[in-house]
Design a protein around this ligand. Sequence first.
Ligand SMILES: Cc1ncc(COP(=O)(O)O)c(C=O)c1O
Length: 386
Amino acid sequence: MEKDFINFHKPFVTDDEIKEVVETVRSGWWTTGPKTIEFEKEFNHYIGSSYSLAVSSWTAAAHLALEAIGLQKGDEVILPSMTFTATAEIVCYFNAKPVIVDVQKKSLNINPLEIEKAITSRTKAIIPVHYGGNPCDMSEIIELADQYNLKIIEDAAHALPSWYKGKLVGNIGDVTCFSFYVTKTLATGEGGMICTNNKEIADRCSIMRLHGINKDAWKRYSNEGSWYYEVVAPGYKYNFTDIQAALGIAQLKKIDLMHQERKKIFEKYNKVFSQNELIQLYEYEEDRKPSYHLYPIFLNLEQLKINRSQFIDEMKKVGIGASVHFIPLYRHPYYKNTFGLEEKNFPVSEFMYPRIITLPIWPGMTDNQIYRVAESVNTISKKYKK
Ligand SMILES: Cc1ncc(COP(=O)(O)O)c(C=O)c1O
């Protein structure tokens, strides 16, 4: 094994994060407080949304969003196969049904034609997942949502910042949920954000994220607040902390710089791979600008003597961490058995899944690391060419 292992991901940390966190720890406000409010304001300003509410994770954000749109037992929510379990599990929290549909071959994003086929009288919402930060076909999805009176909750866990037809993701569907998990493009360790232009949804999420008590309950221990509060619903405890907000504020200041860094890595990889006919590259449509959260490649398995898993093992042997996004949901025992899903009904996912490898793409990667990753992919694929 090479000495300097290149991790699949590493957060981009400078003195700014450390300074903000130390200041916050010294301030004594460790949980939700003034730093969280400041982060929400700055995030809201960046996205250009009417309301931004910080919570403990994407999962918490999307759970609250589904609660706020009134999802009920027996309802159905349409979502893609190529995503993390969180996208579907939040639907199960309500004893509602995640209706998992196939994706498009080029983007691995939800296929609007599959959405239309899956709509029934019980369908309440669609959760488009912007795979790797590549925006879904939102015009088509909005058209369907309007036609069938469905809500759109965008899974933008990968999509900060991403643009669809010139519009920043966060301002398109009814609600957009972001993730600040450590591997994401803005990281606070754990964390998430709900963005919406709908006041009713924002008000409900705001109450439900803190035990169902009135809005400014977080202030009750400060001189501005009051000891008195009322519980209006059995809510959740999905607090975002000021320590997380300190990281978020520092990270948000360099969000565009980090985006540029990932774009440069994307371009460098593309160049090194341009002559490699043993892999296929992920391509973006002209009308969208991605976050470059992931750099997927697709193995041309027909021309290789090894499978994807062996390929990743070979990469590990030369000191490179790679990943797979995603194991399709219908392949997991829970979804497969509970909803009687069969692989043959997801032909595109089945074709693409065994080929996908996602490569390291994080700001702070040196040229040496970038070229080591790319050249290792070329060397391994050539070594195992049929
Ligand atoms: C597409 C997608 N949605 C949702 C999530 C869940 O995010 P969180 O860990 O913030 O709950 C992830 C996390 O990896 C993800 O990749």
